[in-house]
Design a protein around this ligand. Structure first.
Ligand code: PRP
Length: 172
């Protein structure tokens, strides 16, 4: 794997988290906000973003995985870990590192909507709009990106490189 270009530096990621956090803080005043992070990729982003949201929120996680070590989506999304409590009548904000084909969110959104949240929205660090196979609108987007394979800051290749503090475009 060769790093082609740094897409987001640590400073840029920090600025994105600050501005998304301010917007979410303002939009969710007085709400019963639950962040639902989709592991594993969301891990650094949800931690940094939550610190920039000045509200008494709760953090929950789901494991929804489809890539299975490939650089493309297998299309089969498996829920391997579910929420620990009810989201009924609560304001749910799904936290993603990247939205690509939209298949993961299509499955997760259907599951969560069936549990009758008061609202259900999506925040993603990266939005690969050209990759969509299923329509999926994100409510808060850190950065739109072109079709490229990216690693770092939670994003993996064969489960490695999630620990890079920046996001890089790579050649496999
Ligand atoms: C990645 C990423 C998103 C999903 C986006 O997860 O974290 O959840 O793919 O792709 P899609 O829009 O094409 O569905 P992955 O399944 O690789 O699991 P991970 O979070 O454990 O890396």
């Amino acid at each position: 794997m060769i790093i082609d270009k740094i897409l987001l530096t640590e400073n840029e990621i920090n600025s994105i988290c600050t501005s998304l956090g301010e917007k979410i803080t303002s939009d969710y005043q007085g709400s019963d906000l639950v962040l639902v992070g989709l592991l594993k990729g969301c891990n650094p982003f949800i931690s940094d973003l939550a610190k920039k949201i000045d509200l008494p929120l709760e953090i929950e996680y789901m494991v929804a995985s489809s890539y299975k070590g490939n650089t493309f989506s297998s299309g089969n999304v498996e829920i391997r870990l579910d929420l620990s409590k009810s989201i009924e009548n609560r304001d749910v904000l799904i936290v993603e590192d990247i939205v690509d084909t939209g298949k993961t969110l299509d499955v997760v959104k259907k599951i969560l909507i069936n549990r009758n949240p008061k609202s259900l929205k999506i925040v993603t660090l990266l939005d690969k709009v050209e990759g969509r196979l299923i329509p999926c609108e994100c409510d808060y987007v850190g950065r739109k990106i072109e079709k490229a394979f990216v690693v770092g800051y939670g994003l993996d290749y064969n489960d490695k490189y999630r620990n890079l503090p920046y996001v890089a475009i790579v050649k496999i």
